[in-house]
Every structure is written in C-alpha cells, then in structure tokens.
Design a protein around this ligand. Structure first.
Ligand SMILES: Nc1ncnc2c1ncn2[C@@H]1O[C@H](COP(=O)(O)OP(=O)(O)O)[C@@H](O)[C@H]1O
Ligand SMILES: [Mg+2]
Length: 374
C-alpha cells in the first residue's frame, strides 16, 4: 500500500443507486483508479492494488465481476460492497473469490468501512506474499573429502546471516557430517530425530529441529552416528528443502563427496550450486567430471566455482585451471593456518577475522550471492 491510500478499481452493477455508490467511496483513503460496470467489465489498470465490486445482494452480475476480477487481476484482492442483506449472498461471494464483503449502510460511515476492508485485504496479500516467498537453495559440491566443502558451506551461511540474509544449513553429509563441529554447536536435535518423529515436516515442526547459531544462521544437523543415516530418506530431504526455503532467504546444503541419492534430490531442488575444487591435478580432473555430470543430469541451477588452496605452488597455472575446467573460478580461496585454527575453534573465520585473505575470499563469495538477487 502506498502511504495510507488504496489504489482501487471499482466496478458497479447497474442496479445499485448512484448515491449509494458515492457513499461506498466516501473516504479520502479510497483512491479510485478507474470505474467500470457490469456490461463493460473491469477497466485495465495494472497499478491497482485492490478491486471493489459494488452490487445488490444476490446479483449475478456482481458475482461475475468478482470472478472476472480474480482472473484479470491475479494477486489483487476483490472486496464486495453489497446493497441489501448480505445473508445468503456472502457464501456465494466468497465462493466466487471475494476476500471480504461490506454491507452498504444507508447511514454515514460506509466509506470508512470500505476503506478498512480494502486495506486489510491488501495487507493480508502482502504478508502472504512474504510468507510464501521462496529463498535460494545453494548446494555446495566437491569431488573429494577435504576439498573445503564444509568450510565454504558454513562460512557462506555465517556471512550471509550477519548481513541479515538468514541462511539455514542442511548437513547432508549424513554419515560423517561435521557442520555442527565446525560451527561450534551441540547436536541437541538432528535430522535423525526429525526422520523418526514421523509426519509431514511443516515449518513449525522444522523450527523445532533447527539449532541456532550466533551469526543468525540455523543448522539442521546430520545424524550423530553413521548407522542413523539411512533413516533420512531422499523424499524426506526433498520435503525438508522445500519447506526450509520458505523459512529463510537462503538454504545452504553441505554434501558428502558423492552423488548420493540425497545429494541428487538436493541438486534437483537447488537454485544454485557452489562447486569447490582444489588446486591439484586429481581434484581438478574430478571437478571437471562433476561439472560434466551436472550437465548430463540436466541441472538448471546457476553454478559458481571456488578454487580452494588457490595459492598453493604446485606448478599449475591459472591458465591451466581454466583449460582443464573450461571456465574460470569465481572465487580464489587461499590456504591459511588461521582457517585451520577457526575450524578447530568451531568459529567461522568470516566472523572472527577481518583481515585474513581466506576470510575475505569467503565474504566475497557471500557477496556474489547477495549482489545477484534472483
Ligand atoms: N583454504 C584452506 N586453508 C587452510 N586449511 C584448509 C583450507 N581449506 C580446507 N582446509 C582444511 O581442510 C579441512 C577439510 O576441509 P572441509 O571443509 O572439512 O572439507 P570437505 O568438507 O570438503 O571434506 C578443514 O578442516 C581445514 O582444516
Ligand atoms: Mg565436509
């Protein structure tokens, strides 16, 4: 809503008395964008925030205006101002798609009632739109253990969250997940507890299984024992990711070094994939294979590439990397002892070290996601 006004399209059923229509609109906050009628239908005004049908009780034309308003202006609420008794008409009006029905009073005050009904309907739409907005799902992928997937996933989530773009980390390294360890968290509740709790994982239920981190991020932890991993099935992972992305602007998925069934589901649900490669020949070869596999799988997500330990002197030049992988890395992540220290301390380095070059590179990665939007 712009300031206090509701830009409203009005359509009038011809049988309503003219002075009653004036009464319905008698409030300065009802900003009439255009007026149509039952014979001509709705006027074209894309900037309208709400639609108002003025009609008699039981009016078929009025109901038809509601239906056409819903289909011509999807996402905009339709309110009905009804002359006569709305009893019996209410149900039909709601069934046609009306959001609210106001009875036109023959005394003063109908204008204010109309305004309130329109303003509430618009506010409801806006809050629904926020609640169902879908965040991005970034799956962090890497061909081998120790390439830096967990380092990247945890620091990306922390860096996004301190910039007020809350990220929920899902640790899909179901057997040997260490997100909790790297972020200094206690495994009070894990995905295994969620899996054995049964039922559909809706947002309020999932909230109870997330562990909060000081950065504002939250984590759905991997099971604490490898033999518990099988309880977490691919369909559960799919459901969980679909719900989590309605709960935060970012879901960051950490993965094991394999295209396991859960990882394939996560890739299917992802808007973004962050591939972590390391600067050695075997890792580059496997990264190339992984990139080719993603293409073969028909994955549509945007792919970013992080080259970890990019400063290692192993006789592979930047040109060699681009030649082998067929693309340039988006972020170069150098090695640093402080990284090892931060991992051991359970504190993401992006939060604790302003100057360290590895921390800067990880913040730059988060910056790419923050800048891009979708
Ligand atoms: N850029 C780096 N500088 C220093 N140590 C690193 C760096 N990247 C990874 N490491 C070390 O390697 C370990 C394994 O990284 P991790 O992110 O757990 O790999 P993955 O999740 O791919 O198995 C980390 O705990 C850290 O000690
Ligand atoms: Mg890992």
């Amino acid at each position: 809503m712009s300031d206090q006004h509701v830009r409203t399209l009005v359509a009038v059923d011809g049988s309503v008395d003219g002075d009653l229509v004036e009464r319905v609109l008698d409030d300065p906050r009802v900003a009439v964008a255009a007026v149509g009628d039952a014979s001509m239908g709705w006027p074209g005004r894309e900037d309208a925030e709400a639609l108002l049908v003025v009609c008699r009780d039981g009016s078929e034309e009025g109901l038809e205006l509601v239906r056409r308003g819903r289909s011509d202006y999807p996402g905009r609420p339709v309110v009905v101002a009804c002359q006569g008794s709305p009893n019996g008409f209410l149900r039909k009006a709601f069934a046609a798609g009306a959001e609210d029905v106001v009875q036109i009073s023959t005394v003063e005050g109908t204008g204010a009632e109309t305004y309130l009904a329109l303003a509430k309907a618009v506010a409801r739409r806006e809050s629904d739109a926020v609640a169902t907005a879908e965040g991005r799902v970034v799956t962090v992928l890497g061909p081998k253990g120790g390439t830096g997937k967990t380092l990247v996933a945890t620091n990306l989530a922390a860096a996004l969250s301190v910039k007020h773009q809350r990220a929920i980390v899902v640790d899909l390294d179901l057997q040997f997940g260490d997100v909790g360890l790297v972020m200094g968290m206690h495994p009070e509740r894990t995905m295994h507890d969620l899996a054995i709790s049964g039922g559909h994982p809706d947002a309020s239920k999932l909230d109870g299984f997330l562990v909060e981190h000081a950065s504002g991020a939250a984590v759905l932890l991997a099971p604490t024992r490898p033999d518990h991993a099988t309880a977490v099935t691919p369909p559960l992972v799919r459901d969980v990711l679909r719900v989590l992305r309605t709960m935060a602007p970012f879901v960051v998925v950490d993965t094991p070094p394999a295209f396991s069934p859960e990882v394939i589901v996560a890739l299917d649900e992802s808007t973004d994939i962050c591939v972590v490669a390391m600067l050695d020949v075997a890792s580059l070869k496997n990264t190339k294979l992984a990139l080719e596999t993603l293409t073969l799988m028909g994955v549509k997500a945007d792919i970013r590439l992080v080259l970890n330990r990019s400063d290692t002197s192993v006789g592979i030049s930047h040109a060699d990397v681009v030649h082998i992988l067929g693309r340039a890395p988006d972020v170069l992540l150098p090695s640093s002892r402080d990284v090892v220290r931060s991992v051991n301390a359970g504190e993401p380095i992006v939060l604790t070290d302003k100057r360290n070059d590895s921390a800067k590179a990880l913040r730059a990665l988060a910056g790419l996601y923050l800048k891009e939007g979708r």
